[in-house]
Design a protein around this ligand. Structure first.
Ligand code: G3I
Length: 305
């Protein structure tokens, strides 16, 4: 197959990208988006600060532009993200206790209900685990409402959109030996054992020299899948260039293809110049929209799988 999406579809998977609403007028950007990808994630437009700028007043205009573009082009949508300690609207940042818990659950309910039927998978909770060696939850205003805030968010999301897959999404959870990976694994294991509604785990997969693609990535993805959830690579980018970068991309795609419940891969932007990383060249297309060596290696491994 000649495109990332068509190549991924050969094994029943998708290949997606993050999209920014304010780039939907850029013809180079949209041309690549429409041609290469069959799954779309809003890079910022469906987050808490964007969708509920004032408490109880919801704003879906920018998110709708992305969702409508995707659906008009026959693409599916990953929802990102219903509950997160970061990118909270100002009114929420200093809330606490039961008022915050109620506001968070109302947000989950309202946003998931609004997009009901249009979302393949929601990142219900994003980045709730701490970095470092504790394997514990991250301290945040949401965590301080009680350790059950995550399962409460999942239950609210299930009630609001029973057809969407519900994911927990995090970064630096790729290496099986890291404490953070183990912490998330134990939470998913616990949720499955108690019937908390969770369907998938998202691995953001932001890699750089300090956080390289682990050689045990396949092990991590398989161990999570063995808990009875789908796994997805949700925000892939890899710092570097040339054949080194191409090989690392190849390794990530191979790890996903080796796990039957790894249902798809999303890269976090289209051209290098679209990346959230201020400098660097972490994506599959250069600033002009030309395919990089990393693109070719990803396409080839998708076609061989
Ligand atoms: O749109 C405003 C603009 O009007 C203003 O002039 C400018 C000044 O700072 O800010 C612009 O907003 C920025 C927004 O991106 C759009 O470009 C925000 O400041 C900036 O914080 C925001 O960054 C986003 C970041 O999440 C925020 O946490 C990145 O685009 C986005 O790629 C990044 O994505 C996250 C995922 O959601 C979760 N995982 C990690 C990933 C990378 O950090």
């Amino acid at each position: 197959a000649a495109t990332l999406a068509a190549a991924a579809q050969q094994s029943g998977r998708y290949f997606g990208t993050a999209v920014a609403a304010n780039k939907l007028g850029d013809s180079t950007y949209v041309g690549i988006l429409n041609r290469e990808f069959d799954m779309v994630t809003a890079e910022n437009e469906m987050k808490m600060d964007a969708t509920e700028p004032n408490q109880g007043q919801f704003s879906f205009g920018s998110g709708d532009r992305i969702v409508n573009h995707a659906r008009n082009q026959g693409k599916r949508v990953r929802g990102h993200a219903l509950a997160w300690h970061s990118q909270q609207p100002g009114w929420m940042q200093n809330m606490s206790g039961s008022a915050l818990r109620q506001a968070m659950l109302n947000h989950v309910t309202q946003v998931a209900s609004y997009y009901r039927g249009k979302i393949y998978a929601w990142d219900v909770v994003n980045e709730a685990y701490a970095d470092g060696t504790s394997g514990a939850r991250r301290d945040s205003n949401l965590q301080r409402t009680g350790n059950d805030w995550i399962e409460a968010a999942f239950r609210a999301a299930r009630a609001a959109d029973p057809g969407a897959k519900l994911c927990y999404n995090d970064y630096n959870t790729d290496n099986w030996s890291h404490a953070k990976t183990q912490g998330v694994y134990r939470m998913v294991q616990d949720f499955k054992s108690r019937g908390v509604p969770i369907d998938c785990v998202g691995f953001q997969a932001h890699f750089n020299s300090g956080n390289p693609v682990p050689s045990n990535y396949h092990t991590t993805l398989q161990n999570f899948a063995n808990l009875g959830v789908d796994v997805q690579i949700t925000e892939l980018d890899i710092e570097g260039s040339g054949s080194t970068q191409a090989q690392q991309y190849q390794g990530v795609v191979q790890a996903c293809l080796a796990v039957s419940r790894c249902t798809g891969i999303t890269v976090w932007g289209i051209r290098d110049s679209d990346s959230w990383r201020a400098s660097g060249t972490p994506l599959l297309f250069d600033n002009y929209g030309n395919k990089k060596a990393a693109y070719t290696s990803v396409l080839n491994v998708l076609n061989s799988g």
